[in-house]
Ligand binder design. Structure first.
Ligand SMILES: [Zn+2]
Length: 119
């Protein structure tokens, strides 16, 4: 990823902190139930491009539907910081909630519409 940058970020209260490397080329604007209700916009990263720096013990896992995506929420402030899942071919992937990146401005990102509601 030639335009990759390293970002820091975390949950709202600051207990959960991460560092990640991504080009933010593909950020989802998904119409599925959880992305709609929580206002989630994800970027997908290989697990080695995402490091949890603090708060690993402060995460609550939230599962629904087929339990394919393991959403990680801060137990204090409730922010969904990231999720762990697998691609169709079985490779592990981290779905980062880009809203958790320090200083991010959602309006300046290019969003990719995803029809998650009908999958
Ligand atoms: Zn928090």
């Amino acid at each position: 990823m030639p335009n990759s940058k390293t970002f820091t970020g975390g949950c709202h209260c600051g207990m959960v902190r991460f560092e990640c490397t991504t080009d933010l080329a593909m950020v989802t604007a998904c119409n599925c139930s959880i992305c709609t209700k929580k206002g989630l916009h994800f970027a997908f990263l290989p697990p080695q491009s995402f490091q949890l720096r603090a708060g690993g013990e402060s995460l609550k896992e939230y599962l629904f539907n087929k339990h394919a995506i393991r959403h990680q929420l801060c137990i204090d402030c409730g922010v969904a910081v990231f999720a762990r899942g697998k691609k169709p071919d079985g490779t592990e992937v981290v779905a980062l909630n880009v809203s958790c990146i320090d200083g991010i401005e959602l309006a300046k990102l290019t969003m990719t519409p995803i029809d998650g509601r009908n999958r």
